[in-house]
Design a protein around this ligand. Structure first.
Ligand code: UD1
Ligand code: MG
Length: 453
């Protein structure tokens, strides 16, 4: 009885999104709606996951091909019962089947776990709403036992007054579900095969019907429009912000942070307004992130300060570094402890050892830089010859004067000094001053041009 199948319904058209893209591929917190559901499904370790798709051609299976799921098309779409029926040939009769929805992205593992614990028979996830309009109502008898679900369009005026509604999410014994689905009729207001009609059939057969309620109402909110998507995005961001605050993170404004992935913070982390975190991001103890910074797939070690408007992507930043304002760390950047990267400095695919500094207006690409190196203002590593990329190697204790170009492949030896304004095309020896400027001269008799009348 512990075997679990999961069917995810994702065939709906999403007309009200006014988009060419299938509804379930629109993103919430940076991730397609259906992917949230798939991640939750995978975490339940089911035997089988089956996604029922319809609109948008093969876009849904193609976008989700990394998941251990089977995809079945529902064409035409004749209702939720008909949709689940499409998955049945792929499911073995033993165990239970959980029905989820590709457009209900925030369902939580803990709620689904609770449903699994609720008992044998049919388990429905229901919720009490102040305004139940639009939902199927849970009809109970005088003893409080569930009798059936009635869709709003088929409900009597008294039934419409019921505030307990069907979220759509349910768990059923697979063999029974197969039998129940085969008996559905479409003689209702919408002419559809309603999944919800299995409840009355189960009751007739004397099968127990249990109900579970989610811990949070937002878990069961479905998306039908861009407006609903925007509201649920804000709701989720508030949940993330509350989680961070509860963990001791200081947020300048919990309403002005966006987490599109997993943000892990140490102690005494401070995050100013307008920051975006994407993918897996780790901030060590005492890290401070300045306003409007964007950090994705990165780890920032303890004590590092990120000044405003910095972009960090797929990089590893050591402890006690100073980054920004206006710094850009591109993929493959590894900074050791105590490194300073200042304004308008771009670093790509480079490793910079401890206590080195590049504070102003530079490009460091495909480079290996030692410790205590001083990169002056306006230095360019010329890493690309028009066809191939080459590396620049700068050893410990080097001083590079401002406005220098290092034409890779090139190496600057330990302790070397490069005079400002040099174009270095050959290796510079350790401990020496290397210059490539022409001598300063005075051009005799030269006059500045004047404007012609
Ligand atoms: C359904 C429930 C209703 C519940 C509500 C919760 C039924 C008959 N009604 O109503 O009791 O309160 O959800 O939101 O189940 N879908 C398919 N194929 C289809 C039809 C639907 O894949 O042929 C998918 C849709 O993409 C959507 C979900 O099933 O994700 C629900 O379909 P929808 O038509 O929105 O159901 P409701 O009428 O809202
Ligand atoms: Mg409908």
């Amino acid at each position: 009885m512990n075997l679990l199948n999961i069917v995810i319904l994702a065939a709906g058209k999403g007309t009200r999104m006014y988009s060419e893209k299938p509804k379930v591929l629109h993103a919430l917190a940076g991730k397609p709606l259906v992917q949230h559901v798939l991640d939750c499904a995978v975490a339940l370790r089911p035997q089988q996951i089956c996604v029922v798709y319809g609109h948008g051609g093969e876009a849904v299976p193609e976008a989700m091909q990394q998941y251990p799921a089977k995809f079945v098309i529902q064409e035409p779409q004749l209702g939720t019962g008909h949709a689940v029926q499409q998955a049945m040939p792929l499911l073995a009769d033993d165990g239970r089947t959980l029905v989820l929805y590709g457009d209900v992205p925030l369902i939580q593992h803990s709620t689904l776990h609770q449903m699994q614990q609720a008992g044998d028979g049919l388990v429905l996830l229901t919720v009490n709403l102040d305004n139940p309009a639009g939902y199927g109502r849970i009809v109970r008898n005088a003893q409080g036992d569930v009798q059936c679900i009635v869709e709003e369009k088929d409900a009597s005026p008294e039934q419409r007054g019921i505030r307990e509604v069907n979220t759509g999410i349910l768990l059923a014994p697979t063999g029974k579900l197969r039998e129940w689905l085969a008996n559905l009729q479409n003689n209702n207001a919408q002419g559809e095969y309603y999944l919800t009609d299995i409840v009355a059939i189960a009751v007739q057969q004397g099968i127990a019907v249990h109900t579970v309620q989610p811990a949070h109402e937002w878990e069961i909110h479905g998306i039908n429009s861009k407006a609903q998507l925007a509201v649920l995005e804000r709701t989720w961001q508030q949940v993330e912000a509350a989680r961070l605050l509860a963990h001791g993170v200081t947020l300048a404004d919990p309403a002005r942070i966006d987490v599109r992935g997993r943000l892990n913070c140490g102690r005494d982390v401070e995050i100013d307004i307008g920051c975006i975190f994407e993918g897996d991001v780790t901030l060590g103890d005492n890290v401070r992130v300045g306003a409007y910074s964007i950090i994705k797939h990165a780890s920032i070690a303890a004590g590092t300060r990120i000044a405003p408007y910095s972009l960090i992507d797929s990089s590893e930043v050591g402890a006690n570094c100073h980054i920004g304002p206006y710094a850009r760390l591109r993929p493959g950047t590894k900074l050791h402890d105590g490194v300073h990267i200042g304004n308008f400095v771009e670093v790509k695919n480079s490793e910079i050892a401890a206590n080195s500094k590049a504070n102003h207006l530079s490009y460091i690409g495909d480079s290996t830089i030692g410790s205590r190196v001083n990169i002056g203002a306006g230095i360019i590593t010329c890493n690309y010859d028009g066809a191939n990329k080459h590396r620049t190697i700068i050893e410990d204790d080097v001083f590079i004067g401002s406005a220098t170009q290092l034409v890779a492949p090139v190496k600057v030896g330990k302790g070397a000094t490069i005079g400002a304004g040099s174009t270095i095309t050959k290796d510079a020896p350790a401990g020496e001053l290397t210059l490539s400027r022409s001598k300063q001269t005075i051009v005799a008799g030269w006059k500045r041009p004047t404007k012609k009348k």
